[in-house]
Design a protein around this ligand. Structure first.
Ligand code: SF4
Length: 520
């Protein structure tokens, strides 16, 4: 087999703090967008990905027991919701090319693993996953085709192909839309590496969506920030905003297909549009399309009952965006805005580009405009050189702002990042100190989340988009409030799935609520 480079160039890209947190091996509180099984408030481990993965697998296999003309595919997904959205696009590309889903990797003709380099263990997981498929391939050389996609693929490139010659294709996140074409090259006998920098074209393939209720829509790829701890800019590339007209058309199509909720996605979604040409006609000097303009356009062009967006960067979260969110009634009052640290010196060394006071002002402005809004964040403890006093700044910020939740992580150096090179005396915080700070921060987050949950008890009702029966108790239905809290209530989750109902909260725990269904 020949090794073929499918590069249009070399790449770089960022990861949101959400992704970063999604990772580090220390326990975190809970996943902003994942599905948490009933009663799981432990904040331990990562049940979310397993649950989500099973759902993706089920959705991919649903109703397609017959293999298509090309054979069967299976995609395993690691990491954040950007990766999950990429997996849906890959499934769409493969199905458009005649591949059909397989129930599991071991029965697939094409096995894809969509990787995440944020989590320390991810690279090891990739090798262990690929090792199993490589054995299948050694037993039957004409059998499975092995594809490693995503951030680990981007970072390791040809090295991965050399280390595991059974792997057929290594492709970075910018090449998702090329999957079928790259597989054609593999079928011609090449081992293919596609990790070059690439302008992502407007997709003509419809993603194969995991849910028929809620959909993710990418609006901007990549990140132009340079946070000193983050690997994302080097794996996902520079920002590339999709054209507003294409996004609006996609959301309209989702509305026509009956979707109830759309989440617009980007590493730094509020930076949308700064790479697009044109300036606003009002002479303000703004770009013609900012995220605020996009949000208004999407809202006005569709009647989808719920719109959300993530992840927001405090540097770009403008008063204009806050006004729009308050005015647009179908934009849910839930905002994920990572602050990462509550100390200005730590923020400076993280290269985050804002101060703790600026973050406080954003939260204050949001609450002035939408008193019932929910706000979540990401935070890192044990950043190189972080002193006890600096950590206490983070702790104070959590206690003072009483956010709905904070996804916490202990700093873990990522090879290739600036902060990983800070190895002088006193730079790296000892693991025991990190663990202690993480525990104290998690305790503060839990207390803050409990207060936020209790605010629901005072409301007349919560509007809940029902996702189905509670897996742990089929007599209960569950869904999410506009503020993104899980809410469980007695009811027929199968019959109510996809409907928006009113539920009166009668019990509040830190990360979930229970209540009673109100008459329509
Ligand atoms: S903003 Fe910073 S943390 Fe977020 S993806 Fe970009 S570089 Fe990474």
């Amino acid at each position: 087999m020949t090794l073929r480079s499918a590069q249009p160039g070399p790449v770089a890209s960022p990861s949101s703090a959400q992704e970063l947190l999604a990772d580090l091996e220390m326990p975190r509180i809970h996943d902003a967008w994942g599905e948490v099984p009933a009663g799981d408030e432990s904040g331990e481990s990562f049940p979310v990905d397993d649950v989500m993965q099973r759902r993706v697998e089920k959705a991919q296999f649903k109703g397609t027991s017959e293999a298509g003309g090309r054979g069967r595919y299976h995609i395993s997904t690691m990491g954040c919701q950007m990766n999950k959205a990429d997996s849906e696009r890959m499934a769409g590309v493969l199905e458009a090319a005649g591949w059909r889903p397989a129930p599991d990797a071991d029965s697939a003709d094409v096995c894809v693993v969509n990787t995440c380099s944020i989590r320390d263990l991810s690279e090891q997981k990739v090798y262990s996953w690929a090792g199993r498929q490589a054995k299948r391939k050694r037993d039957d050389p004409s059998g499975v085709k092995i594809v490693v996609a995503g951030c680990v693929a981007q970072q390791t490139g040809e090295t991965l192909l050399r280390r595991m010659p059974e792997v057929d294709l290594v492709m970075g996140p910018q090449h998702v839309h090329r999957l079928a074409e790259l597989l054609n090259q593999v079928e011609l006998g090449s081992q293919v590496c596609a990790t070059g920098e690439l302008a992502i074209p407007e997709d003509i393939t419809v993603p194969r969506r995991e849910s028929d209720i809620s959909a993710w829509v990418n609006v901007i790829y990549g990140c132009n920030e340079n946070c000193s701890y983050c690997i994302v800019p080097s794996v996902r590339g520079r920002e590339q905003s999709r054209k507003a007209a294409d996004i609006v058309r996609e959301v309209q199509g989702l509305g026509d297909a009956g979707y109830k909720e759309v989440t617009l996605l980007g590493q730094n979604i509020d930076a949308y549009g700064r790479d697009l040409p044109g300036y606003a006609a009002d002479g303000s000097g703004r770009k013609e399309w900012t995220f605020t303009d996009l949000l208004r356009a999407v809202h006005d062009a569709s009647d989808i009952p719920r719109l959300r967006f993530a992840t927001s960067h405090p540097r770009y979260f403008s008063p204009r965006l806050i006004r729009a969110c308050a005015e647009l009634d179908r934009v849910c009052e839930y905002f994920h805005i990572p602050f990462q640290a509550g100390d200005d010196e730590v923020l400076r060394r993280m290269r985050r580009g804002y101060t703790a006071d600026k973050y406080r002002r954003i939260v204050g402005d949001l609450r002035d405009a939408m008193p019932d809004c929910s706000i979540s964040a990401d935070a890192i403890v044990g950043f190189p050189g972080e002193t006890e006093a600096q950590f206490e700044g983070t702790l104070r910020l959590v206690e003072e702002l009483e956010l709905d939740t904070v996804y916490t992580a202990a700093f873990s150096p990522r090879p290739g990042t600036e902060a990983a090179g800070w190895t002088g005396p006193g730079d790296q915080v000892a693991d025991l100190i990190k663990a202690d700070r993480l525990q104290r921060l998690n305790d503060a987050v839990k207390a803050s989340a409990e207060k936020a949950s209790r605010r629901s008890l005072a409301r007349a009702y919560e509007e809940v988009l029902v996702e189905g029966p509670n897996p742990a108790d089929p007599a209960q239905a569950f869904g999410r409030t506009r503020g993104n809290r899980l809410l469980y209530f007695p009811g027929d989750g199968v019959a109510l799935r996809g409907s928006i109902v009113r539920v009166k909260t009668n019990d509040a725990r830190a990360f979930s609520l229970t209540g009673a269904l109100l008459a329509p």
